[in-house]
Design a protein. Sequence first.
Length: 153
Amino acid sequence: MSRATNEQIWKWLDAVPDPEIPVISVVDLGIVRGVAWDADTLEVSVTPTYSGCPATSVIAMDIETALMDRGVEHVRIKTQIAPAWTTDWLSEKGRAKLEDYGISPPNEAGGPEQCPRCKSKEVERISQFGSTPCKAQWRCTDCLEPFDYFKCI
Ligand SMILES: [Zn+2]
């Protein structure tokens, strides 16, 4: 096949969901750092959200599968450790989607800015551990709803 353009590849990657938070794509998450052709092999650079994140190998496989489904025959996933991923790499679109989904997007202060449901600033931490290692459980003291806070840094 003829080589897909980088623009096309980014679009395809933007359809690959994050395995832990399927409402956002791996591109929204900001972990795909670059795509480049090396002869007939497409090299995709991926930065894990944190080293040892159990989702990293799943993500690499999902990206590979998605590209192969679109006819890219040779895919190489390059793990790029530096610079380290930060929550700043999460796209605006990704943040909005997280909030719609009821997950508080990461915040520089290290805790959620507001309740994703009623937008109250009165929130408290219930547990450091949520449903996945990337999330912590918080609760809004106004609407009393618990919610997940995305804490990967
Ligand atoms: Zn609330």
